[in-house]
Structures are given as structure tokens and as C-alpha cells.
Design a protein around this ligand. Sequence first.
Ligand SMILES: Cc1cc2nc3c(=O)[nH]c(=O)nc-3n(C[C@H](O)[C@H](O)[C@H](O)COP(=O)(O)O)c2cc1C
Length: 224
Amino acid sequence: MTEAPTIPWKPYPDLSDDDRLAAVEALRVSLATRRTCRAFSDRPVPRAILESAILAAGSAPSGANHQPWHFAVIASPDLKHAVRTGAEAEEREFYAGKAGQEWLEALAPIGTDADKSYLDIAPWLIVIFGQRRGGPNPGDDRQNYYVTESVGIATGLLLATLHAAGVATLTHTPNPMKFLNRLCNRPDSEKPMMIVVVGHAADDATIPVHAIKRKPLDAIATWL
Ligand SMILES: Cc1cc2nc3c(=O)[nH]c(=O)nc-3n(C[C@H](O)[C@H](O)[C@H](O)COP(=O)(O)O)c2cc1C
């Protein structure tokens, strides 16, 4: 380590390994019940829950701690509708063939199509932007590093935190997403990466059987 200012750091509490295993198992079991929601009700979710979840997302590690993300949070019905209109225009072309046969076949078991009515119905849309330039302090204008990786981790924390709060989410990625810069008043140097739809599941919500499949441990990990 080179010389840089430091502060004392209190590491994790001294749990027994049994308690650690119980903690990781409890979190694993909870996270395993998260599902992507595609049928929302209009039941409100308090803004304070989103504020806390976004702060949790913002606690993520990031390249050089530049925190290269911006969360544009939409509740306005007019703006939600504009997002829906823009997303559906892109998605109509996507599902009409722009995606290519292989991608469409991959999506077939999920059953998605160009209808994105949930963008009108869910109480909140969080549009997540990756910032090519920025820095550790608000207003910085320096090169950012590992933007995609950093935003991905932050998005994971956002989803996990909202799930822990009992709030449903959908990660929606209309393709392409550039129209979101204009709607959210974000500069061209920022890349829209995801719309996280936030709300409560509709009473008649279903999930595709395909979505519950998960690879076993020996297929996703090697121990060397
Ligand atoms: C980067 C990313 C993009 C996604 N884009 C969409 C999307 O545009 N529309 C959609 O309905 N689901 C989308 N999904 C959700 C996946 O289909 C879903 O996570 C997967 O089928 C597993 O289901 P689960 O989230 O319920 O476990 C996306 C997920 C990720 C991680």
C-alpha cells in the first residue's frame, strides 16, 4: 500500500462460523424468493423506501470509488407514459425481428412481448445511468473506470434491498435506450443501462416457469 490517508476500520463482528453459515443461508433463502415481476398493481410504495434502497445501491464498490451511476426516479404519470411510449416503440421493432432469431428464441420461454403497460401502472420507475465521466465528488469531470461492472453491482444491491423491503421489481432493458436521456434530462455522456420498475405485484401476477430454473453449484463454480 502506498501512503494515503486512512481511518481505523472495525471489521465484522466476531460471529462463530455456525452463525455465519446461518446468516448466509438465511440471506440465500430470502434472495431465492426474488422474482422479476411483470404484472404490477398501482398500490403506492413510499418514497422513503426508494431513497433508502438507492443509498444502499450507492454504497456499492466501484472503480476508483468514482460511483459512476445516476438514478433518475420517475413517479409522474405523464413521464411514465412517455417512457412506455418510447420503450414500446423500440420493443415493437425488436420483437418484429431486429433482435435476431436466436435472441427471440431465448426470450420465448419468458413470454415477453412489446406490451409494456406496467410502465404506466407501477408507482415508480428508476432509470439507471452509467456515467463515463465523473469522479468521487459531485461535479467532478474525470474519466470513470469499470462503469458497466460498477453499475451492475449497484443495481444488484438495489434489487436485493427492495426485495428485502418486500417490494417487487422488474429489470427492463428496452433496446436501444437512448431515448431515456432526453426524457430524464441526462447528458449524452451518460448511458442508460436499465429501467428498474418498482411496485407491488398485481393479485393475478404469474411468473414464467422458465424463470425459476437455476444452475446447480457445480455448474456455476469450480474450486481450484
Ligand atoms: C440485464 C437484464 C435485463 C433484463 N431485461 C428484461 C426485459 O427487458 N424485460 C423483462 O421482462 N425481463 C428482463 N429481465 C429479467 C430476466 O428475464 C429475469 O431476470 C430472468 O428471466 C430470471 O427470472 P427472475 O428474475 O424472476 O429470477 C432482465 C434481466 C437482466 C438481468
